[in-house]
Design a protein around this ligand. Structure first.
Ligand SMILES: Nc1ncnc2c1ncn2[C@@H]1O[C@H](COP(=O)(O)OP(=O)(O)OP(=O)(O)O)[C@@H](O)[C@H]1O
Ligand SMILES: CCCC(=O)O
Length: 351
């Protein structure tokens, strides 16, 4: 039996678990404030290392066989399990392809691998790229859309749904909406995510943390007038947007609570987010000429019946809706590493 330490350090939370093969034996989810998850890559890595060390100490875990960590913003690569190596660490430390909470998971996986002398892997990182050329094209010759999304969870829930109905993922046309700190809506055509919004770059619905699609001219004016750097812009779009911009919190439960108490701004923001998610789902269905085999909603926000019902009302004309709240990322990470440890799959190399 293999003991796997699984790390998924998200934009608003740290999820840490110990698995015995596929069985999760210990798990903890810590929610963080905006202040806690701000700061440089080094500050964040140090903060999350403390969180992981506390977990190991509190549960008297002295060792394990391998680490499964969420994969960060690397160059576009195919799906699979990759050994965390120096090339990865170098790109992430330099934030070469941008900054994202998942970068910290990979960096920390590398550090713990050295400290415990055990291999560390990432599985289906956020840069999995299966986008169709048609979806990548923009109206500017020098600019292409990027495939950056919750690949791990979107694929895990899509496979899980296929299993539930005794079909294969590869034969289904699905629309998967990951509704978390960030929101991405993927078009899964025959097992490939042929289109998806890049939630980090100002595309798609706004979310607890992301700005979502913005009027380009107004954004350009704001950037110039406020003399923002490219890092400032990335932060504005991916960390200072959505509920953070409107209410100073990433906590959708708190915003929903305000809405329930009749706060008009919170009511409107919740409605607007549901409307934008619904529009993205409807847009995704165009790839399948306006239909799909199923729409799946997942992520932390999918625990909210209120939000799910608001979206379902608007999109149920397209296809049936399945809600799989939370995420299957921990299981999917562990399964990817077990496939390598059990020699069912060769680990891929990031060069
Ligand atoms: N029961 C609930 N009802 C409403 N919202 C919820 C509920 N539980 C969690 N959330 C909200 O879900 C959001 C976090 O979702 P999730 O845990 O999927 O995000 P994350 O892992 O930090 O980031 P990401 O999903 O982008 O990787 C927060 O805004 C949180 O308040
Ligand atoms: C997973 C990358 C997209 C996002 O976090 O919004």
């Amino acid at each position: 039996m293999a003991h796997i330490l699984t790390l998924n350090l998200g934009s608003t939370s740290s999820k840490i678990a110990l698995f015995d093969d596929h069985t999760c034996v210990i798990t903890e989810t810590l929610r963080h404030t905006v202040e806690e998850v701000s700061g440089t890559v080094e500050e964040q890595t140090a903060f999350r290392l403390q969180v992981v060390n506390n977990f190991l100490q509190n549960h008297h875990i002295e060792t394990f066989d391998a680490i499964a960590a969420r994969g960060g913003l690397l160059k576009p690569i195919s799906g699979g399990t990759y050994l965390i190596n120096e090339a990865m660490t170098k790109d992430l430390l330099a934030s070469k392809y941008g900054s994202h909470a998942s970068n910290i998971s990979t960096l920390l996986g590398g550090q713990l691998s050295k400290a415990y002398n055990k291999p560390a892997y990432i599985v289906d990182p956020v840069v999995v790229d299966e986008m169709s050329p048609m979806a990548k094209m923009t109206g500017l010759k020098f600019m292409e859309r990027r495939s950056i999304f919750h690949a791990l969870n979107q694929k895990a829930v899509a496979r899980n749904y296929a299993e539930r109905i005794n079909r294969s993922y590869e034969e289904l046309n699905l629309i998967v909406a990951h509704l978390g700190g960030g929101i991405t809506v993927g078009t899964h055509a025959g097992g490939r995510v042929v289109d998806v919004n890049d939630g980090l770059s100002g595309e798609g619905p706004f979310s607890p943390e992301r700005a979502g699609s913005l009027p380009a001219n107004q954004l350009a004016r704001h950037v110039i007038e406020s003399q923002l750097t490219i890092d400032d812009v990335a932060k504005l779009l991916s960390k200072r947007g959505g509920f953070v911009s409107h209410f100073g919190t990433t906590d959708a439960i708190a915003v929903e609570q305000r809405a329930l108490q009749g706060d008009a701004a919170a009511v409107l923001a919740y409605e607007a987010m549901a409307y934008q998610i619904s529009k993205s789902i409807a847009a995704a269905s165009v790839y399948f000429n306006g239909s799909a085999d199923q729409i799946i909603m997942t992520g932390g926000l999918a625990y909210s019946n209120r939000l799910v019902n608001m979206i379902t009302e608007r999109v149920q004309f397209i296809a049936g809706v399945t809600v799989m709240p939370g995420e299957k990322e921990m299981e999917a990470l562990t399964a990817g590493v077990l496939r390598v440890l059990n020699k069912e799959e060769q680990p891929k190399v990031y060069a």
